[in-house]
Design a protein around this ligand. Structure first.
Ligand code: 13P
Length: 342
């Protein structure tokens, strides 16, 4: 294991107040998002959309990495330029989602386990040859009465740690994504308790599996009330609860934390990340940045709608969200910047 290279890549992924673009939706998820906007769910439409993303001018001013999906890492632009090369040329490191999705966890009704460990070593070697510098694995936990169970948390934490160790062996920086979902009616306090327990288990398993903390990134949910919760939480409530949960659970050796957006609106995701960086930076041992999918892409996808004539406008919308989130990493996002969306 090249420890020094892993440390450098992990640091480089969060340097300069920049984050990551998650564009690693599986084919079914991408198709579902296309269907909701009336976009044809074809190979060609998915390729064209991903080309729009990777060829957005000045991408590298706002992000250090982009997470691709198996289908996408092999694709090329209409001029024949591999997506990985387009990203590298823009100063953006290509990464790859390597989990095979979540399925029902036996004996645990309503809970899921992420699959993909079998054969992972050889898949990782192939992705390295295709130009990936880092990887991602998402585990998903649903808060509810008596769940997530100890069994679900332990099984997912163990899988995340096995994945992370294999990545580091292959020279890839693992992004470790234990997501506590925001559907449901849990309160902010309940979400904080579940997230804290999940992160404790994850770091315990990372230790057991000898994962180099300096050579990884954590991709957690923000601590939020569920979408059906009737007790509202302000931006500062969310930012305080999230920072306090992370300070209690994430070792200082981890170079960066890159949040998922999880179904928050694009504006709230930016505002909450901004508040954390504006108020707490001096107390934080790690960089706090973003690895959003929906909260970056949704406005662009809604403008594009599958029409080549809309590509430029969609790219402007993408850049607007990237600019807002880059500012949020420095605590400089505000209503004036948000209003510049044009
Ligand atoms: P969202 O930001 O849409 O939650 O997606 C992040 C991600 O990578 C999910 O695995």
């Amino acid at each position: 294991m090249n420890t020094q290279a892993l440390k450098e890549t992990a640091k480089a992924l969060v340097k300069g107040g920049k984050g990551l673009l998650a564009m690693d939706e599986s084919t079914p998820t991408c198709n579902r998002r296309f269907a909701s906007l009336g976009i044809p769910q074809t190979d060609d439409a998915r390729r064209a959309y991903r080309e729009l993303l990777v060829t957005t001018p000045t991408l590298g001013e706002y992000i250090n990495g982009a997470i691709l999906y198996d289908e996408t890492i092999r694709q090329v632009t209409h001029d024949g330029i591999p997506f990985t090369q387009a990203l590298n040329d823009a100063g953006v490191m290509p990464g790859i989602k390597v989990d095979m999705g979540a399925t029902e966890l036996a004996g645990h009704p309503g809970e899921k386990i992420t699959e993909g460990l079998d054969g992972l070593r050889s898949r990782l070697q192939a992705y390295v040859k295709q130009g990936a510098r880092f990887a991602k694995w998402r585990a998903v936990m649903t808060p509810g009465p008596d769940i997530p169970s100890h069994g679900c948390i332990q099984a997912n934490a163990h899988a995340l740690a096995r994945y992370a160790a294999l990545c580091q062996e292959a020279g890839l920086v693992p992004i470790i994504e234990p997501e506590v979902l925001m559907d449901g009616d849990q309160t902010l306090t309940q979400c904080a308790a579940v997230t804290q327990e999940v992160l404790r288990s994850v770091f315990e398993q990372l230790h057991v599996q000898r994962v180099l903390l300096e050579g990884m990134l954590l991709k957690p949910n923000m601590v939020l009330p569920g979408l059906a919760c009737t007790t509202p939480a302000s931006v500062s409530d969310v930012s305080e609860a999230t920072v306090s949960c992370l300070l209690r659970t994430v070792p200082a050796a981890v170079p960066g934390i890159v949040f998922l957006s999880g179904g928050q609106t694009a504006e709230l995701a930016s505002a909450r990340l901004n508040d954390m960086n504006a108020r707490f930076t001096s107390q934080l041992p790690w960089a706090l940045a973003f690895s959003f999918a929906r909260a970056i892409q949704q406005p662009a996808m809604e403008i594009w709608k599958g029409d080549p004539d809309n590509v430029k406008k969609a790219q402007q919308a993408l850049l607007h969200r990237l600019r807002c989130n880059h500012a949020a990493c420095r605590g400089e996002y505000d209503a004036d910047l948000e209003a510049l969306r044009g």
